[in-house]
Design a protein around this ligand. Structure first.
Ligand SMILES: *Cc1c(COP(=O)(O)O)cnc(C)c1O
Length: 386
């Protein structure tokens, strides 16, 4: 595959890297615009936690800001402080909220704390008495039982006659537990509970939907949606074809092609057993690169439950992983490709436009989110500009 090794952002070592990632910022921008359109009257935020789902917070933020995003969610205040220079007039919301001792990060970097509990509410109000007015978000738990004030606590706060005038959230939010399963009854129960809260905070913007929630339809959109995984090209909803463009292509090089005989074994634990004379590509990628050991073709516990491990893609064909993924090396069976086609030095696609990241994740008993956020720092990265 010819990649943008001529792009101005290309790392000088990209063309010969053992292990490389191509990150398509044009696809990222297109995916965000699509989620923004699907959000209808609501505006779409961008979720940039965990280094922009592994692709790099700076390029992700600059690209999504240029595409029009002005609301950004990250996990903690440190991520928020890192993000601030890339989205000068954007609003940055901090999912974990404020801790005693990190209040300054919020005031110095203009970060909006999300208030997840009565304790965080008290801390925020105390901080306000020193610093003066500052925006905040009220998080209400409507059924996930993870973060947020209970619905009762939120309603009491809304109707509290002595509620301090300085407590004026810019957003009321909640998070869906089962949006990836469109028929799950909890979706409707959470929607009804959330509505009771938004009615009590009339005039305040509200937000409920992550990527999967956007697909639940207009009732779930409120004023602001919070798509993450879909923007990065991952699957948000179970059981429907993924409509997003892949953003990340992960490739690694074949170090050597080996011939083995029928009856031979390969890999740790002799976990690959050959029932025919075969050719094996020895590839420079392992679990230290985020290619999880659980995606192994054999020799791991998961293969008793689902027989098939991950596939790579090489010269127009899917090739199965063999034996165990090790720290730096993986084996693929290339016997079914023409002998002259496969050479040392060739790149094999681990995931990208031919192999969905979510298919590799499924082989490893996990989800695309975990594959992306595990991307190693050993790979050479090339960003294709939007
Ligand atoms: C991570 C996160 C999102 C984004 O979820 P996706 O499933 O990646 O779209 C939205 N809201 C909250 C509260 C989150 O923690």
């Amino acid at each position: 595959m010819v990649l943008s090794s001529t792009s101005p952002l290309a790392h000088p070592d990209f063309a010969a890297a053992s292990n490389r990632l191509t990150i398509d910022l044009g696809a990222l921008a297109d995916n965000w615009r699509k989620m923004d359109r699907l959000s209808g009257k609501a505006r779409a935020a961008a979720v940039l936690k965990a280094d922009g789902y592994g692709i790099g917070i700076e390029p992700a933020a600059k690209t999504l800001y240029a595409a029009g995003a002005r609301d950004f969610f990250v996990a903690n205040a440190e991520e928020g402080a890192e993000l601030r220079p890339f989205v000068p007039d954007g609003r940055i919301y901090i999912l974990a909220g404020m801790w005693p001792g990190n209040e300054h990060l919020f005031f110095d970097n203009d970060l909006v704390p999300i208030i997840n509990s009565e304790e965080q509410l008290s801390l925020f109000m105390a901080a306000l008495s020193h610093h003066g007015d500052h925006p905040c978000v009220l998080h209400v738990d409507t059924g996930m039982n993870r973060l947020g004030l209970t619905v009762e606590e939120a309603l009491a706060l809304a109707h509290d006659p002595v509620r301090p005038a300085s407590f004026s959230p810019v957003l009321v939010m909640s998070h869906l537990a089962c949006a990836d399963d469109q028929s799950h009854p909890l979706n409707r129960r959470q929607l009804d509970a959330f509505r009771s809260v938004t009615q009590a905070f009339e005039g305040v913007d509200s937000s409920l939907a992550n990527s999967a929630g956007v697909h639940l339809g207009p009732e779930f959109h409120f004023d602001l949606t919070r798509p993450g995984i879909a923007v990065y090209g991952g699957e948000a909803v179970n059981g429907i074809a993924n409509p997003m463009k892949p953003v990340v292509t992960a490739e690694a090089r074949i170090i050597q092609v080996r011939r083995v005989r029928s009856g031979d074994t390969a890999s740790y634990g002799a976990s690959a057993l050959f029932s025919r004379d075969s050719r094996v590509a020895i590839v420079a990628v392992g679990y230290a690169d985020g290619y999880h050991r659980s995606v192994s073709g054999g020799g791991v516990a998961l293969r008793q439950a689902t027989p098939s491990g991950a596939y790579g893609f090489l010269h127009g064909q899917k090739v199965p992983h063999l034996g165990r993924v090790t720290m730096d090396i993986s084996l693929f069976d290339v016997t079914d490709l023409p002998e002259t086609a496969v050479r040392a030095g060739d790149y094999i696609e681990l995931f990208g436009s031919n192999i969905a990241v979510d298919d590799v994740a499924r082989a490893g008993g996990t989800i695309g989110y975990e594959m992306l956020t595990s991307l190693g720092h050993r790979a050479v990265r090339d960003y294709i500009e939007a």
